[in-house]
Design a protein around this ligand. Structure first.
Ligand SMILES: [Zn+2]
Length: 445
């Protein structure tokens, strides 16, 4: 065997061992044409991917981040961003989708949703075949949807969902992780939950027609909200433990892969169930003022979105007015640079507050849900009309959800006016007035 052939042979064996067929072909060609032994080098060394700030892969499916410094001086195009309320694809709505097909729940709102440049909602259930029910939570409020139901979201035209809510962890980290995968495969961006804190606190970034929006999502720490934990902190901790072990001469006994010390500092035993809360770093972004401010600042500086929305799962169910925390957090988000704040969880509409150049929608109510109270079937979607980097006006679109169908539709006539009049009354204490124009409520900016 000649030296050239030996080099070629070695090159091929190593390339195949790396599992890279394309690389093998390139190496073969290079080996023949140039005899370059460097052909096995990856195109970029791994260290080249480590920057001051990890710009990670989640948004990559939706939109590539443009090269830094490519700031556009041209006037930015107008766009519309539609925000909808809570969507449950489990329990009875899930049964409807199973019986009548995944389009059924969204058939009356598809035009509304898909005509917006960006459409957003809160997805209030994991969608997976995996996982175990959250311990101690009553069965009728422990949700897990059939993954096929997610097709309905994509078919309707949703671009972005918030996963920061008190149900996304109902079947533990494996169901949550699979939900993330399904949404990624469907091309629906998501925010507010992840395999670790870094992912949960990363914005969803979506670009349409040259306009880029960022969405961050958080949940108040209510029952079964499990906060995602930091992989970076975990890696740093194990690094320092390893160093300490090395200097003490003690054997290093790392935490088993995928497991973190529990809140009380103890390690989960080898018998820890993989579906138990706390058995992995997966979870949600919890609504904390300082975290939100830091995340907004980072999102604005890294992704340079034209518009940034902050979604929060908060407040009391069935209440019409925001609590003190909602007001404080909502205003802080606008002050930090958000265009609007999108509230969820009370299952009914709550006040609107025009604050600075932004709008706080304290609760968008339900969008697809099957609750008992008739007030939870009256809702609205808010269409934000955006231009030149600012909110030009907000259009409130009254929505009714058909009982027993659980399918939302735009409200018409007297029903629409009644919803707008009520919303006007709930918003008046916050100095915010809706101008009624046909079946729409308008907040001008
Ligand atoms: Zn909720």
């Amino acid at each position: 065997m000649t030296a050239g052939r030996a080099r070629l042979y070695l090159t091929l064996v190593l390339a195949v061992a790396c599992g890279a067929a394309a690389l093998a072909l390139a190496a073969y060609k290079l080996g023949r044409e140039a005899g370059a032994s460097a052909a096995l080098m990856p195109t970029a060394p791994p260290s080249a991917r480590v920057g001051a700030e990890p710009v990670e892969d989640q948004g990559a499916l939706m939109a590539a981040t443009p090269p830094a410094g490519e700031a556009s001086e041209a006037p930015r195009a107008a766009a519309s961003f539609l925000a909808c309320g809570d969507i449950l694809l489990a329990r009875t709505p899930g049964a409807r989708a199973e019986a009548y097909g995944y389009r059924y729940l969204f058939r009356n709102v598809r035009d509304l949703i898909s005509s917006a440049d960006f459409a957003f909602a809160n997805l209030e259930s994991p969608a997976s075949y995996l996982g175990k029910p959250y311990p101690g939570k009553p069965e009728n409020v422990t949700f897990r949807a059939d993954p096929a139901a997610l097709f309905g979201l994509a078919w309707a035209g949703f671009d972005i969902v918030s996963l920061a809510n008190n149900h996304i962890n109902d079947y533990g980290p494996r169901a949550l992780a699979e939900t993330l995968d399904y949404l990624d495969l469907l091309g629906v961006a998501r925010a507010g939950a992840g395999r670790d804190a870094e992912e949960a606190r990363r914005p969803a970034i979506v670009e349409r027609g040259g306009v880029r929006v960022a969405v961050l999502a958080y949940a108040e720490p209510i029952w079964s909200v499990v906060e995602a934990r930091s992989s970076a902190a975990y890696r740093a901790a194990t690094r320092s433990e390893r160093r300490a072990a090395a200097s003490s001469g003690e054997p290093f006994d790392p935490v088993p892969a995928g497991l973190l010390p529990l809140a009380d500092g103890s390690l989960p035993g080898s018998g820890a169930r993989p579906d138990a809360a706390g058995s992995s770093r997966a979870g949600l972004a919890v609504a904390r003022l300082e975290d939100m401010r830091a995340d907004v600042a980072r999102a604005l500086s890294i992704h340079k979105p034209d518009y940034l929305f902050v979604s929060v799962h908060w407040g009391e169910e069935h209440e019409r007015y925001p609590r003190a925390f909602q007001r404080r957090f909502g205003r802080a988000a606008i002050d930090a640079g958000a265009t609007a704040v999108l509230g969820h969880h009370p299952h009914v509409l709550q006040s609107l507050e025009r604050y600075g150049d932004g709008l706080i929608v304290y609760s968008l109510g339900n969008f697809v849900f099957d609750m008992a109270a008739s007030s939870t079937y009256e809702s609205a979607a808010v269409r934000f009309m955006l231009r030149d980097g600012r909110l030009e006006r907000a259009e409130i679109i009254p929505i009714v959800i058909a009982r027993y169908e659980y399918a939302p539709a735009p409200a018409r006539g007297a029903e629409a006016l009644e919803i707008l009049n009520k919303l006007n009354a709930w918003s008046a204490p916050y100095g915010t007035e809706l101008r009624v124009e046909g079946e729409l409520g308008i907040v001008d900016f």
